[in-house]
Design a protein around this ligand. Structure first.
Ligand SMILES: Nc1nc2c([nH]c(=O)n2[C@H]2C[C@H](O)[C@@H](COP(=O)(O)OP(=O)(O)OP(=O)(O)O)O2)c(=O)[nH]1
Length: 132
């Protein structure tokens, strides 16, 4: 099981959604996801998330509360994906790994084509937004 961390960044009521480019497997390519990546040996989740955001968005974040964790089996590997709310500390420098950033109100998130493992997280955000 591969441990992965992902950042749910919300600014002015909009959620930051990132489109992947071409990936190793076609079923991962060109789908939307939350920025982040694999936790490396010796890192805790928050350290891994800050490092990944430094690398992918060339900016810094504060990692806030843990939202949920999900397990997903892709055809070739399995992940445990941990979502955290994050606050961006300065503007995004440049996207080094993604082809597009879309900022959407929570209510419109399901209009995007998400990685399958992210659908439970999007539904969680939707449920919480409606409950507020
Ligand atoms: N960062 C991120 N990864 C996700 C999400 N949902 C999801 O299924 N994943 C998967 C895609 C990747 O296989 C793995 C994250 O690892 P990674 O981001 O380090 O992957 P990588 O850059 O090495 O990408 P790749 O070689 O698999 O194309 O978790 C998500 O919301 N964010």
């Amino acid at each position: 099981m591969i441990e992965v961390v992902a950042a749910v960044i919300k600014e002015d009521g909009l959620v930051y959604c990132f489109k992947k480019g071409q990936a190793k497997y076609d079923y991962l390519s060109n789908k939307f996801e939350f920025p982040g990546g694999k936790v490396e040996a010796g890192e805790d989740h928050r350290q891994a998330l800050r490092r990944e955001i430094n690398e992918e968005l060339l900016t810094d974040i504060d990692v806030g509360e843990h939202l949920l964790s999900v397990e997903h089996n892709y055809p070739d590997f399995s992940i445990r994906l941990h979502f955290y709310t994050c606050t961006i500390l300065r503007p995004i420098g440049r996207l080094t790994e993604h082809t597009q950033l879309v900022e959407l109100p929570t209510e419109q998130l399901l209009e995007l084509d998400w990685l399958p493992a992210d659908v439970p997280a999007v539904n969680f955000l939707l449920k919480n937004a409606i409950a507020q």
